[in-house]
Design a protein around this ligand. Structure first.
Ligand code: PLP
Length: 404
């Protein structure tokens, strides 16, 4: 039976302590105990339903975690203060000194530089590979490899990972497959396809309001227990804890994600088709010209489409900057990093979200100067948006310059 992530969220029932239709917010950092013995047991992890201290867990965070676990089809989840809080905790939990990671080479710049520059301090090394080439992934494995890391749809190049294929490799070599699903919530569910751990930056589509950063780790109960372990857990000891008030507000936004994703995807597909027909170099997984279009289709929960992210290449950085400034001037969106907002957001990743990646590596992975990454908004009239965008491109001579 097809996996239905939005139904799983819908079917959860929450009540506040006075019968409220939203759960009560736990606005406390610490919790009292009637007996000292229960406090001790809670410390030891042997007192279910008791709370000790909110860096460990809190009712509001558990509610949000439960909803995100339902969405991803995992046993449970642990919410964090940011996407990087989730990613770094998972990698530091799974890897010890001497271990090795095989990672997709086109990933969010923060994750890339964590793997490349930060985690080697702990003697953990990474090989960056073309994740769409399963042979290259297998060849990069060593006896020390513990993790295969990828993004379902990569930032910013929108390469698509073959989760089933990667999972087969991970299982054959007893590794953990960790998948960042930030670009494709609801559209693709990595866990049923074989991922062991699914992470998200909640900052993006899931919260959808660009008013907070947040993250989540979705996995087995055992793994989440390990993360929260008071003696050895990265989520406990590094302190990437989400605030309870935020957990409550993100939970409320999560409930409209299924409607928002359909609109983001519908608008992005419309624009991608138009841009491509205009002769612009356009990358969008929903286009038949995308090298992994069929792979995406084979993995997707169809209702939610191919997602809200697309890229175009306008040839060089100056033109990209001029177009973004003009589009912002015409109120078509904002020149801003991040994604998943009701307005369209655009940025040139080479000089922003991927600027941590050295220039020659950017070129090797195909990240060109003229690339503009769009997070397409919820515009009610996308035809009007397209017409105005087209005018901007004509004004700057882009369409003529790139016509085929
Ligand atoms: N993963 C992806 C794919 C991202 O695009 C980002 C941020 O841009 C992150 C993770 C990091 O998330 P956060 O900014 O919430 O720490």
């Amino acid at each position: 039976m097809a996996f239905k992530p939005a139904n799983n969220i819908q079917d959860l029932q929450y009540f506040g302590e006075f019968g409220g239709v939203n759960p009560s917010i736990s606005d406390s950092s610490t919790y009292t105990f009637l007996s000292a013995k229960t406090m001790f047991d809670t410390f030891e992890g042997n007192a279910d339903g008791c709370y000790l201290y909110s860096r460990h867990s809190s009712p509001s965070n558990l509610y949000l975690g439960e909803a995100l676990a339902a969405m991803e089809g995992t046993e449970t989840a642990c919410v964090t203060a940011s996407g990087m809080g989730a990613i770094t905790s998972v990698l530091l939990q799974l890897c010890e000194s001497g271990d090795h990671v095989v990672s997709c080479r086109t990933i969010y710049g923060g994750t890339y530089t964590f793997l490349k520059n930060f985690i080697p301090r702990f003697n953990i090394s990474t090989s960056f590979v073309d994740i769409t080439n399963l042979e290259a992934v297998e060849q990069a494995l060593t006896t020390k490899t513990k993790v295969i890391y990828c993004e379902t749809v990569s930032n910013p190049l929108l390469e698509v990972a073959d989760i089933k294929g990667l999972s087969k490799i991970a299982k054959a070599h007893n590794l953990k497959l960790v998948v960042d699903n930030t670009f494709s919530p609801l559209s693709i569910s990595p866990k049923p396809l074989g991922a062991d751990v699914v992470v998200h930056s909640l900052t993006k589509f899931i919260n959808g309001a660009s008013d907070t950063v947040g993250g989540v780790v979705c996995g087995t109960q055992d793994f989440i227990n390990d993360l929260r372990n008071v003696n050895t857990g990265a989520a406990m000891l590094l302190g990437p804890t989400m605030d309870s008030l935020r957990a409550a507000s993100i939970l409320k936004n999560l409930r409209t994600l299924h409607i928002r994703m359909q609109q983001h995807s519908k608008n992005a597909l419309y624009l991608a088709e138009k841009f491509e027909a205009d002769g612009l170099k356009t990358v969008y997984p929903g286009l038949a010209s995308h090298p992994s279009h069929n792979l995406f289709k084979s993995m997707m929960n169809e209702t939610y489409g191919f997602g809200g992210m697309l890229t175009i290449d306008v040839g060089n950085l100056d033109t990209a900057n001029a177009l973004m400034e003009l589009m912002q001037h015409k109120n078509l969106g904002y020149l801003a990093v991040s994604l998943g907002f009701y307005k369209t957001l655009f940025s040139a990743p080479g000089t922003s979200t991927s600027s941590e990646i050295p220039l020659e590596e950017q070129h090797a992975m195909g990240l060109s100067d003229g690339l503009i990454r769009f997070s397409i908004g919820l515009d009610a009239d996308i035809e009007r948006t397209y017409k105005t965008m087209r005018k901007c491109m004509e004004e700057l001579g882009i369409l003529e310059a790139t016509m085929v």
